[in-house]
Design a protein around this ligand. Structure first.
Ligand code: R5P
Length: 300
């Protein structure tokens, strides 16, 4: 098994390779003077199984194209099977035509991924709010993993929360709240969220009262931070003692971090699906474990 990291996941790929007792294969990636991307695989992959890791964030078009170049080159160079891990999967939101004439980006990306050939596609806490079975759209086996247990373990190890209440800031976050709560043996609830614009949301509580409680808010993504800021404010208005925030994909657009800190969150924690200032938790153990458990895997 060979591990290859695209340019968005070099550190993550090295960590995964280390956990699997191997080394990440080297790629040469540069640009031609006209801006085109040049890619060269610097290892012999003939007959090997390869794990490719590439998040598509911040410059999704560029990183998606690079991913396609990597997989196509590996297959063309004789790799036996390619397993793809796209920890942060951009374009998952546009899985529906919300307004007439819109491109179904999610489906288009799926077609491209299928066209270069991947044995199985793994994502992590993908923003699947309408299409729940990506494999049916993409036409290849697709599995969504979750970083929530890792995030919950990290939070528990800090010892910062006493008998926490886990909150998902909207109904779609229930699956993540449940996973984190199960790991922490805690209770959980979700808020009702209304999105008024890409930056403005309102949230209101359902049943659980946060008065005097330590709260862990979990979500898949922190983008502008609007969702978490509102949820944090509501929790403090209810009398919460402490709020810690955890997400899988810290996009952190603009001054998201500052806004969440100002709202009073004691800690903001993310993973390295998108490396950045709050990527305290690595998803490397999750990817390595998934690779180890692949059926009929060729031994390292
Ligand atoms: C929405 O459905 C997602 O799960 C996140 O809550 C959302 O992407 C967060 O965005 P923002 O940080 O901009 O509120």
């Amino acid at each position: 098994m060979i591990v290859v990291g695209g340019s968005s996941c070099q550190d993550l790929a090295s960590k995964v390779a280390e956990k699997l007792g191997t080394k990440a294969a080297r790629l040469e990636i540069r640009r031609f003077p006209d801006g085109e991307k040049y890619l060269r695989v610097l290892e012999d992959v003939k007959g090997d199984e390869v794990v490719v890791i590439q998040s598509i964030h911040h410059t999704p078009d560029e990183l998606l194209f690079e991913y396609l170049l990597i997989v196509d080159a590996l297959k063309d160079l004789g790799a036996k099977k390619v397993y793809s891990f796209i920890p942060y999967f951009a374009y998952a939101r546009q899985d529906e035509r919300f307004n007439a004439g819109e491109a179904l980006s999610f489906r288009t990306v799926g077609k491209l991924i299928k066209s270069v050939g991947t044995e199985e596609l793994f994502t992590i806490d993908m923003h699947q709010h309408r299409v729940l079975k990506s494999s049916e759209v993409f036409g290849i086996p697709t599995r969504d993993l979750s970083a929530m247990p890792l995030l919950a373990d990290y939070v528990q190890a800090t010892g910062e929360l006493d008998h926490p209440l886990v909150i998902g800031p909207d109904a779609d976050a229930e699956r993540w709240a449940k996973l984190a709560a199960d790991q922490l043996k805690a209770d959980y609830d979700v808020f009702e969220k209304k999105r008024l614009s890409s930056e403005i949301v309102t949230v209101k509580p359902r049943k659980l009262d946060a008065k005097g409680r330590d709260v862990l808010i979990v979500d898949d993504i922190i983008s502008t931070g609007g969702t978490i800021v509102e949820a944090t404010k509501v929790l403090f208005a209810q009398g919460a003692r402490k709020v810690i925030v955890a997400c899988t994909h810290p996009i952190l657009a603009g001054n998201a971090l500052e806004k969440i800190r100002q709202a009073g969150a004691a800690q903001i924690i993310g993973t390295d699906t998108i490396p950045g200032p709050i990527s305290f938790v690595s998803v490397a153990p999750l990817i390595a474990q998934t690779v180890r458990e692949m059926p009929n895997r060729v031994p390292l």
